[in-house]
Design a protein around this ligand. Structure first.
Ligand code: C5P
Length: 254
């Protein structure tokens, strides 16, 4: 995603995605309007989608935003196939599934997206990413998610799921920036790593994120997208907070 190209011999800085975790369409659109000059990328997750419905994606796209529809599908293959069709129809640019849903479910999602993505439309291809392990899960937590996997370490589990994602045809994963180097090493530098769990300063926001890193650290590790919610949305001045994040990740020397 950010990689090398003829015009950019150096890797580009990651792209900032704002998590619009707010309870109404109006609150989401107001935030997006305020922050759109800093980044066009907005994330619609469970809270906003459940309150506002798929129309919110169309409205954001109408404002010139790109949308990561973060609904983390995890269900039987047939249901996920239908959800992918609807998510694509909403206009989303990135959608995702939980990799722990397994091969049949993930391949159903990938195949459906390939099918609906073929429709002649004037839009960029939609990416399908897989959630490895939520960034709220701590490496040392006696977590149910990990105990199901025969005692694998958290990094081993993330890598195993990332390899599955590549094998099953997904374009990348959602992981902690702490895992990006290993994921890129295992799956290739163009395999997209989208990273939540970003904290401008440790302890700044009361929080459920465990594997958190700063924007500069995430940029240094090679993340393609940084997803940031509360450090921007709860800030006294969200515009200044978003600008600071872009400044600190762009200042990294690659
Ligand atoms: O407020 P905060 O910056 O922690 O928001 C992170 C966002 O990223 C939330 O919307 C959360 O749902 C999402 N997310 C995450 N961990 C994942 C996948 C998505 O925190 N593995």
């Amino acid at each position: 995603m950010r990689g090398h190209c003829a015009d950019h011999p150096e890797p580009l800085a990651p792209t900032l995605v704002i998590a619009l975790d707010v309870p109404s369409a109006k609150a989401g659109l107001d935030l997006a309007g305020l922050l759109r000059p800093v980044t066009p990328w907005m994330k619609v997750g469970l809270e906003l989608f459940t309150a506002a419905g798929p129309g919110i994606v169309k409205e954001l796209k109408g404002m010139g935003c790109r949308v990561f529809l973060d609904l983390k599908f995890h269900d039987i293959p047939n249901t996920v196939r239908g959800a992918v069709r609807s998510a694509h129809a909403s206009g989303a640019d990135i959608i995702n599934v939980h990799l722990c849903g397994g091969r049949a479910m993930c391949e159903a999602a990938v195949n459906e997206l390939a099918k609906v993505g073929e429709a002649p439309e004037n839009r960029a291809p939609c990416l399908m990413l897989g959630v490895t392990v939520l960034t709220s899960v701590a490496a040392d937590a006696p977590d149910a998610d990990l105990s199901l996997e025969g005692g694998a370490s958290l990094e081993e589990l993330v890598l195993k799921r990332a390899r599955h994602a590549r094998e099953w045809g997904l374009q990348g994963v959602v992981c902690s920036a702490l895992e990006v180097r290993a994921v890129k090493q295992a799956c290739g530098k163009d395999f997209v790593c989208l990273c939540p769990g970003i904290r401008p300063e440790r302890g700044e926001v009361p929080d459920d994120q465990s594997r958190a890193v700063t924007p500069a650290e995430a940029a240094q590790e090679g993340a393609d997208f940084l997803v940031v919610g509360r450090p921007v949305t709860l800030a006294g001045n969200p515009l200044a907070a978003a600008k600071n994040i872009v400044r600190s990740m762009s200042a990294v020397r690659y």
